[in-house]
Design a protein. Structure first.
Length: 400
């Protein structure tokens, strides 16, 4: 691996088998692993040389994801550029796109998705069901009150940068709402009416340059303190729910002329299917696809970015369980290597370790196993047995 700082990096001809990626975290790491199986390489724009994807990068640009000058340098090393996450400066990258740099997805298709406020407006324009919402700026800061028909609690979300419970707050009463207004920029937050639901679902889809749409199986996600704990696929839902989720995703992809991978998170309950959030990228909920599908979410992203034929991501198992590994404190668990060794010893369990420092509550890896069983109940039972076994080795952090 060659490593360059922004000032040291020398211009080189674009490499026909190299894809650039902005961001160096675990999603970029798994994209790099998918690239290896395709005979492709990555050039990575990462915030530091210790980021997970840096170890797999052919060329490394050390810079933050919003540094457009660094992205210009990155573009000289690759065929095109894709993204690990949506925390990018779209406006600053527009001149590069006009000069011929190929971004996947296109910047125009990302504009309404990088901000949760514009996401909500897009869903409203397309008449796609989502929780009722208003911008926090619409409230009277001196005497805030909820819209007619709303009751507490409500969910508050930052327009930018939220993940794993960060940038979200449950607001329980008027005092909490007034406090929120005092402590944040109201123009950069929204509040949503509380949605009663029975299941949280997620769908990873892709659309290639020819407009062909492909989909992973619909998955059911389980959260703990607004962080994904585990995922089982396929979700135990009716065919009409699967079809509705796919049709919503296809409508969004087509409306935006979106080329790339997109993830939709849903609430499902007695009132129907609601879009919770849209992620214009690969997603934690789709990690099961690495072992359980003929083409993973990362393979889909890579093929689309490289202009390769995109395979259909067929499910190759009856079911799959993915469990996140969150960092634990030294006083809670056995030494790291002992835990990792025990996980590796479980037959049929696939360990993905991100190479991060183990900070309590931080995602540091995940494990996946395939589930045999013709019925959803059989798969759920086997999934619960494996989940219990994993959590005996790697529990959730304390005080969760």
């Amino acid at each position: 691996m060659q490593s360059f700082t922004q000032t040291e990096l020398q211009r080189m001809p674009s490499a026909d088998n190299t894809i650039g990626v902005i961001g160096g975290g675990q999603l970029a790491l798994m994209l790099g692993e998918a690239a290896q199986t395709r005979g492709l390489t990555l050039a990575v724009q990462a915030s530091k040389a210790e980021d997970p994807a840096a170890s797999l990068a052919k060329d490394l640009v050390i810079a933050g994801s919003t540094d457009a000058r660094a992205t210009r340098e990155l573009s000289t090393h690759c065929l095109g550029i894709t993204f690990e996450n949506e925390w990018i400066a779209v406006d600053a990258l527009m001149p590069l796109e006009r000069q011929g740099v190929q971004f996947t997805p296109s910047l125009a298709s990302l504009v309404p998705l990088v901000n949760k406020l514009s996401q909500r407006r897009l869903l409203d324009d397309l008449l796609i069901p989502s929780p009722d919402w208003i911008s926090l700026a619409e409230l009277n800061p001196g005497s805030p009150s909820l819209p007619n028909g709303w009751t507490f609690p409500v969910m508050a979300k930052a327009a930018y940068g939220g993940y794993d419970g960060k940038g979200t707050r449950v607001v329980e009463d008027l005092n909490g709402l007034a406090q929120l207004l005092r402590n944040v920029d109201a123009n950069e937050w929204l509040i949503e009416a509380w949605v009663s639901y029975e299941q949280e679902l997620a769908l990873v889809v892709s659309r290639d340059a020819k407009g062909r749409i492909r989909s992973l199986p619909l998955a059911e996600t389980h959260q703990k303190n607004q962080v994904c704990d585990w995922v089982i696929a396929p979700a135990s839902v009716s065919q009409i729910v699967e079809a509705t989720a796919y049709n919503i995703a296809a409508s969004l992809l087509t409306k935006l002329s979106y080329v790339g991978v997109m993830t939709l998170e849903f609430f499902y309950g007695s009132e129907g299917l609601f879009v919770n959030e849209i992620a214009p990228r690969t997603h934690n909920s789709g990690h099961f696809s690495i072992e359980a599908c003929s083409s993973s979410q990362f393979d889909q992203q890579l093929c689309i970015a490289a202009g390769l034929d995109v395979p259909n991501p067929e499910f190759i198992a009856d079911g799959s369980l993915m469990v996140n590994l969150l960092g634990l404190g030294a006083d809670q668990a056995e030494p790291l290597e002992e835990r990792l060794s025990k996980l590796r010893s479980i037959e049929g369990l696939h360990l993905h370790w991100y190479g991060k420092n183990e900070i309590p509550g931080r995602k540091v890896g995940h494990v996946t196993t395939l589930l045999n069983g013709r019925t959803a109940d059989e798969r759920a039972e086997r999934g619960q047995q494996m989940l219990q076994r994993i959590r005996e080795i790697w529990p959730l952090p304390l005080n969760w």
